[in-house]
Write a protein that binds this ligand. Structure first.
Ligand SMILES: Cc1ncc(COP(=O)(O)OP(=O)(O)O)c(N)n1
Ligand SMILES: Cc1nc(C(=O)O)sc1CCOP(=O)(O)O
Length: 448
């Protein structure tokens, strides 16, 4: 038997939608979502919108033939089963898309895009009935928000009870399943499956952040999960979580509603990986130094590094169980992981509030000699006095902030001379874990 190079097949999905020049909604949102969820994204553009975060300025619809030709190019070459539609602009485009969906037996997720949140019509009024009568009956799923559900069902949707009534009415038009998203109601999405006449609630949380492109991103995520083999409920639950994360990680762009950030979670995961890799290297610098162990305090030493914009212990990686001295060598007790430190993590989190570049710290044994070596190395030094600490504060938070304020910026060295039952300590701060590890080794080499 001969060996083969096995390449796993990536699911392919198609988006039939408009382009948003501001990059927040439409095909831009769909393709980013597909990519973030490991699906190869293809597209058929229906309309080019001159749009930004403040609204839609102009729309330029493509001809139905142009739309059909893009769908044909994709479907005659690639194995596409799942597709989604967004902005369809006109009755003519809706009809053409219905034809293509039937021709290529596409399982369609229809996002009934009618208007942009920031303002601007995206579907002509007369096309709504064409959508409900000529396309919806051939769709697997539709994902309206409350106002879109109202427009499709011909009623006003203001409460979760209204959403239930609207979902049934929409399903009566022929679509297999309706998901009324709850962003404008109570953060709970409602799935109605026509076959079984069942409702399933998918609870969520209201999260703060930019929301431009939320509807497109949600329907694209449902499509991507279905294309990857999830069942409808699983796809809906995962898509909701995905959108919440994308809203949380949105970044300011423009003067209007900021776009959601589909790649934010992936980029954060990458940062976490880089921090762990950096920290492992830093720990091996400490382990291989013949001198460093003499700088390990009684309580042990820890070295930590945070991801950018960290705001909790879980965003700071350190050594589980700290680093201890054993036979004159530095020995890490456990592995490096996020959430493994309290003290060093608090020092880092406190200094991040003054300088987002300072993401790493290590604590080492205080001695007059060590402090003198820091001066000799021309390191910026500051200190705090535990006796001055206010009640009910955390020493690491308060002490770090005190030392920084006294110095005027984040110094390289923050020390304190201890207190009742508290060992005096020196902390070295820097941009990354290897920088502070090298500094600690250099300091150790300078003292006897
Ligand atoms: C080209 C284009 N398509 C769809 C929309 C609507 O997007 P949606 O995700 O519903 O987000 P908002 O625009 O409501 O923020 C769009 N704006 N442009
Ligand atoms: C006990 C202790 N105090 C420190 C100080 O800087 O005052 S550093 C330290 C040891 C490290 O603790 P962790 O593993 O929670 O980061």
């Amino acid at each position: 038997m001969t060996e083969k190079t096995l390449k796993v097949k990536t699911p392919i999905a198609l988006t039939i939608a408009g382009s948003d020049s501001g990059g927040g909604a439409g095909i831009a949102a769909d393709l980013k979502t597909f990519a973030a969820l490991g699906v190869h994204g293809t597209c058929a553009i229906t309309s080019v919108t001159a749009q930004n975060t403040t609204g839609v300025l102009k729309t330029f619809d493509l001809t139905p033939e142009t739309v059909a030709s893009q769908i044909e190019a994709v479907c005659t070459d690639m194995e596409v089963r799942w597709a989604k539609s967004g902005m369809l602009a006109s009755s003519e485009i809706v009809r053409e898309v219905a034809k293509e969906v039937k021709k290529y037996e596409l399982s369609l997720v229809l996002d009934p895009v009618i208007a942009a949140e920031a303002g601007g019509n995206l579907l002509r009024k007369e096309a709504i009935s064409v959508l409900t009568e000529e396309l919806l009956p051939f769709c697997k799923v539709t994902t309206p928000n409350a106002s879109e559900a109202g427009a499709l069902a011909g009623m006003s949707v203001k409460t979760p009870e209204d959403a239930k009534i609207a979902a049934r009415k929409i399903a009566d038009l022929g679509v297999e399943a309706v998901i009324v998203t709850g962003g404008h109601l109570d953060a709970t999405d409602l799935i109605y499956e026509a076959d079984s006449e069942t409702f399933t609630r998918v609870p969520g949380t209201f999260v703060k952040g930019g929301t431009h492109g939320t509807g497109c991103t949600y329907s694209a995520a449902v499509t991507a999960f279905l294309a990857s083999g999830e069942n409808l409920e699983g796809a809906a639950r995962k898509a909701k979580k995905f959108v919440e994360q994308a809203i949380l990680r949105s970044r300011p762009a423009g003067r209007g509603v900021s776009p959601v950030n589909q790649l934010g979670l992936i980029l954060e995961e990458k940062e976490r990986y880089l921090v762990l890799r950096e920290l492992k290297e830093a720990v091996s610098i400490l382990e291989s130094s013949p001198d460093f162990s003499k700088l390990i305090p009684e309580v042990g030493c820890n070295i930590g590094m945070a991801i950018p914009e960290a705001d909790s212990y879980e965003d700071v990686a350190a050594v589980e169980g700290r680093i201890v001295r054993h036979r004159d060598r530095a020995v890490p007790v456990g592995c490096v992981d996020f959430g493994a430190s309290r003290h060093v993590a608090r020092i880092i989190l406190a200094s991040l509030r003054y300088d987002p570049e300072v993401r790493a710290a290590i604590n080492v044994k205080y001695s007059r000699e060590a402090l003198a070596a820091c001066i000799d190395m021309k390191l910026g030094i500051s200190s705090f006095d535990r006796a001055e600490e206010p009640e009910n504060s955390s020493t690491m938070d308060w002490g770090t902030a005190e030392a920084i304020k006294k110095y005027g910026s984040v110094p390289k060295v923050i020390y304190d001379k201890g207190g009742k039952g508290k060992e005096p300590m020196i902390r070295l701060l820097g941009r990354c874990a290897t920088e502070v590890a090298k500094l600690a080794v250099e300091l150790a080499e300078k003292i006897q």
